[in-house]
Write a protein that binds this ligand. Sequence first.
Ligand SMILES: [Zn+2]
Length: 233
Amino acid sequence: MSRINSAGPRPGDVLSHAEMCMVEGKMLQQGMNFGAGKGYSIVLMSQRKGAPYPDRLAADGTALLYVGHDAYGHPHKGTVDQPLATLFGTLTQNGLFFQAAESYRQSGIPHLVRVYEKIRAGVWVFNGLFELTDASMESDGKRRVCVFELRITSRSFDDATLPTQPQPSRLIPSEVKVKVFRRDHGKCRRCGATTDLHFDHILPYSKGGSSTNPDNIQLLCQRHNLEKRDRIE
Ligand SMILES: [Zn+2]
């Protein structure tokens, strides 16, 4: 935990579920957690095998398209539209994120979202800080689902309540992270450490390195990642 300083996790950091909850100061179980952080929401992504309509990356690699949640406890939840409100008229998590996207359209001030992604059992990656820039309902063939556009933020924040780190300019796709973690056996490539790991671009994106080719991504522990970064900068 020592690596996660007051500025919060860095995009690409690998965390256990317990570490993620410690970083955010709360138990995280649901995928969508509107307003759960200080000045931001928290979204958990995971590889849902066989999902007809999975979360995906926008073609340019700068945004995530996150699918909303099904009606809780509904017996045929895969066939009914994803709800924006409950039977009692209160907004669901879908509804709250929808409202925030609507407010962005009017005010130009985006709602901020931290995204964590589960790449295998017990292994989570911090994907970074995003702006909620759009929300829509789309058909998945059987029913209508909510799709939220989360764009990597390029703003810098002065707000002390919102610790943040430099954001990546391009996201590493889920399947690339899964492949790299497996190939590197969940260990730092330099020293074999299995804790404080980070997904590292061998050639940085800013220098023309790919985010989508597993050959350009490796697992490094924090020490070796920072050593390397200091050499490059
Ligand atoms: Zn190492």
